[in-house]
Design a protein around this ligand. Structure first.
Ligand SMILES: NC(=O)c1ccc[n+]([C@@H]2O[C@H](COP(=O)([O-])OP(=O)(O)OC[C@H]3O[C@@H](n4cnc5c(N)ncnc54)[C@H](OP(=O)(O)O)[C@@H]3O)[C@@H](O)[C@H]2O)c1
Length: 278
């Protein structure tokens, strides 16, 4: 089995470029799916307070027998945590639910520019990072304008920016901005929630290479240098999505997939999203 490459974050921490996402996996199914992912070889799990399944992710990691230091775990601050004390308490709760004494990466989940001061929240992320209980901190769904406001108020550059990226939303502007500022881009919904399976261009490349459309798309992300963590509850697809390191796309295939861009999101626009759970 070819091994998963790592990418060095701006503070020296290494992150596996391929991980396993658990958004929309019901708590009752999460431990089983995460266990399958760990058995397959994934060593990076992406969860969030909002997903409601941190307990089950932690349970699967702890019960796997794999050293905690071998598995990279990310969680994200829920949108309803705005004030310093509440943010610190929710971080403690994430650690308690996961059963860990540190997180590898903790992110602000959404900027919520219309309803909340994300710079103030970032200042609390600085404190969490300084405590050593998150090995790295970063943001998610931040546009360049939001990052500029963070830079103006903080010496600490986010280690990653987790944004929606797929062949239908290639995000070259935000990715270039991230790269210019030593921020690693993580691509969420990398296979556009399964939609790439029906794409004729991706399907043609997949057929030529004897791969599946999901594998071709995930390989495209890997060769662009982004971090990905496809979600699946299906053991066959969990394995399929891991088999990305024994083939390559040539420049013509890379260009053809990038040309599918149509600015189409599967999720909300970060400039407008203002959802705050009660
Ligand atoms: N920061 C954020 O705001 C944010 C937002 C969304 C997602 N994320 C993160 O990104 C991760 C991935 O994104 P996502 O879950 O939205 O979408 P995704 O990974 O692009 O797609 C998942 C969907 O595709 C299906 N699928 C998985 N593998 C497949 C394959 N090989 N062939 C065909 N279909 C396949 C899955 O169904 P089955 O389960 O039935 O296989 C599921 O319906 C999330 O789990 C989460 O960790 C972050």
């Amino acid at each position: 089995m070819a091994s998963v490459p790592t990418i060095r974050l701006n503070n020296g921490v290494e992150i596996p470029q391929l991980g396993f996402g658990v958004f929309q996996i019901k708590p009752a199914d999460t431990a089983e799916a995460t266990r399958t992912a760990l058995e397959t070889g994934y060593r990076h799990i992406d969860t969030a307070q909002m997903y409601g399944n941190e307990k089950e992710v932690g349970q699967a990691v702890r019960e796997s027998g794999i050293d905690r230091g071998e598995v990279f775990v990310t969680s994200k601050l829920n949108n309803n945590r705005q004030e310093r004390d509440d943010i610190l308490r929710s971080f403690d709760q994430s650690l308690a639910d996961l059963g860990f004494d540190y997180l590898d990466l903790f992110l602000i989940h959404w900027p919520l520019p219309a309803v909340s001061d994300y710079v103030k929240r970032w200042k609390v992320m600085e404190e969490i990072y300084a405590s050593g209980r998150a090995k790295a901190v970063g943001v998610s769904n931040f546009q360049p304008a939001h990052l500029r406001n963070v830079f103006a108020a903080s010496e600490l550059t986010p280690a990653v920016n987790q944004i929606e990226v797929s062949p239908y939303l290639v995000q070259d502007e935000v990715r270039a901005f991230d790269a210019d500022h030593e921020i690693v881009t993580e691509a969420w919904s990398p296979i556009a929630r399964g939609k790439v399976a029906d794409d004729p261009v991706i399907g043609g490349i997949a057929e030529k290479l004897g791969r599946t459309p999901a594998q071709v798309t995930l390989r495209w992300h890997i060769q662009r240098g982004d971090v990905v963590f496809p979600k699946s509850v299906n053991p066959g697809r969990i394995k399929e999505n891991f088999e990305l390191f024994d083939f390559e796309l040539d420049q013509a295939d890379m260009t053809a997939i990038t040309a599918l861009d149509r600015g189409e999101r599967t999720g909300p626009n970060p400039d407008e999203f203002d959802y705050i759970p009660s």
